[in-house]
Ligand binder design. Sequence first.
Ligand SMILES: [Fe+2]
Length: 282
Amino acid sequence: MIGRRVVGAGIGLRLPHLLEVAATRPPVAWFEIHPENFLANPHGREVLEDIARDYPVSVHTVGVSVGSAHGVDRAHLARVAEMVAALDPDLVSGHLAWSTHEGDYLNDLLPLPYTEETLNVVARHLDEVQSALGRTFVLENPSSYVGFAGSTMREPEFLNRLAASSGCRLLLDVSNVVISAHNLGYDPVAYVREIDPGAVAELHLGGFAEEEDPATAEQTILVDTHGAVVDAKSWALYETVLEHLGPRPTLIEWDNDIPALHTLMAEAETARGHLERCHATR
Ligand SMILES: [Fe+2]
């Protein structure tokens, strides 16, 4: 339903489920879509616009590279802006990462050092993105496998300062905090408690895989696969997040080995239970 607010627990609408959702109109609170799935897919876009008449929608871009030192991809940003204008979603989000460099496109979301210089670059790019979209952008914390020795601030501090200086809001991916905290060796609860509650517009929960760390025999790394049910560690941290922030629209993200729609809906139902308990205690 074009222009309506996302509330409660939604799911990522991926192409394998598009026609099923269009035909059956399942009881899902809201859907998040990747515009990149529809930019060269006119039939898919037509079906999506039909679905968006009945459901609140958020748009999550994986191609606007706000962390690229040489600037955002303006042609891609213009395509996303056109789609945002047509769908009028409640939220438009993307990652704190970079994936382009001087015209080269890297199919990955790469990390940034957290310094004053990076803060200024990303804030400038966020201004450009927000003026092209004509709305507030919602920025997501990355899943990390390496940190930078040159970083001068912690990630939550960096995100809070970006939100304050650019007016962007934050998308806290709870599973990304679990993954990064495990891989980089910090306390996920301390991370969450440092995030400014007033800045957070949305939450993500997604599955990950635990693998042997090739660098050390004793440790494992968590890999952000978006290809499994939400892990118990993410559900536990989600409780802490809701205690700290209060209820926020929450998305179940699943992008690989995509299961039947009812599996995603069951995960969203679990998130809804957490959100209702959070509402009841406030
Ligand atoms: Fe996410």
